[in-house]
Ligand binder design. Structure first.
Ligand SMILES: [Zn+2]
Length: 346
């Protein structure tokens, strides 16, 4: 692979961008469209590469629909392009129930940078009980995985959420969290885990099955340094997004995590970094943003986090930990490849 040093990269419009490259003392300009040739040359550049391990791209807000009401045009392709322009190499689309999985598979099917999870979110575990035999629902999940090998890269999201027991009781959550872990053994897939205000039950369940699991990440981490250590001692990675960087305590817990155990995500459209958050003072990169009612083609939307914002997550983490952002980004990329894409060469 030829590594070229990028001097300037300027996006001219949705269809074009202008670059001046320096290569072994020589210098040349080029203008290439953002299509396959963009992707090809992009990989040859010595730039940061990101993998967003959790983006809820099935959410209707990416079609311009908010709370069931159409507010602006579908700008999904802009959302993806913005992410690819900043160096997004892969996005794992989070799915949390059968309908969600069906839609996620539809979204990813024509784009080799998109992957998805298969699993049932703790707040959706009542869906198991809508089957006479809950094992039938598990079989449906297994079929999704078997029929989409290579595109489904994790079992998830699954886990426990004791902040939202109004959607699903603690007993039901525990029962079907355990049941879904059986699939990890059968499919060899790593886990994309959700843990909210439930640390001891979560650790109990996961520890019992530990020997049959194939690793995983505890995503959207908002716990303490002690909780982080419990997870990393069990061999899990920890996913950091804007929700993990809200308070000084969050930042301190994040800073305690060993670099080789870190992953980053956006949890888009949720968990954006807001001005009121402790981490926001470390953000360097910003986009043109409009209120959803004032959306114009090419703008981001206020309070709608999207995958390109992963750059801000990296910036806050690197600055707070006083680490080199390029090296940190590469380490996080390698961590993510190792867990979810072990057979990829790059
Ligand atoms: Zn989650």
């Amino acid at each position: 692979m030829t590594i070229l040093e990028v001097k300037t990269v300027q996006v001219l419009s949705a269809g074009e961008h202008d670059e001046t490259w320096t290569r072994q003392g020589g210098e040349y300009d080029c203008m290439i469209p953002i299509d396959e040739s963009f992707e090809r040359t992009y990989l040859e550049l010595d730039m940061r590469r990101y993998i967003d391990i959790g983006a809820n791209l099935t959410d209707a807000v990416f079609k311009g629909i908010y709370r069931g009401k159409k507010v602006h045009d579908n700008d999904f392709h802009h959302v993806l392009n913005r992410a690819f322009e900043v160096g997004m190499d892969k996005i794992i689309v989070t799915a949390g129930c059968k309908d969600d999985i069906t839609e996620a598979l539809e979204i990813i099917k024509n784009n080799d940078k998109l992957y998805c999870t298969v699993g049932v979110h703790p707040t959706k575990c009542n869906e198991f009980d809508s089957y006479d035999n809950p094992m039938d629902y598990l079989s449906i999940l297994k079929a999704f995985i078997d029929e989409n090998k290579g595109q489904v890269v994790a079992l998830g999201e699954l886990g426990l959420d004791y902040d939202r027991t109004q959607f699903c009781s603690i007993e039901t959550q525990k029962k079907y969290f355990s049941m879904q872990l059986e699939l990890a053994t059968e499919t060899n897939l790593p886990l994309f885990l959700h843990s909210r205000n439930c640390a001891s039950d979560f650790i109990d369940i996961i520890s019992k099955k530990r020997d049959d699991l194939h690793g995983g990440v505890v995503h959207s981490f908002t716990g303490t340094a002690e909780e982080a250590k419990l997870y990393t001692d069990l061999g899990f990675f920890i996913g950091i997004n804007g929700c993990s960087l809200k308070t000084k305590e969050n930042l301190e817990a994040m800073a305690s995590i060993p670099t080789e155990k870190l992953m980053i995500e956006t949890d888009a459209p949720w968990c954006g970094i807001k001005n009121t958050h402790a981490g926001s003072k470390f953000v360097k990169t910003k986009w043109d943003v409009k209120k959803k009612e004032k959306w114009v083609e090419g703008s981001t939307v206020k309070d709608r986090c999207e995958p390109c914002h992963i750059v801000q997550v990296l910036e806050v983490i690197a600055e707070y930990r006083q680490e080199d952002p390029d090296e940190l980004c590469q380490q996080i990329y390698d961590n993510t490849q190792q867990l979810f894409f072990p057979h990829c060469e790059r």
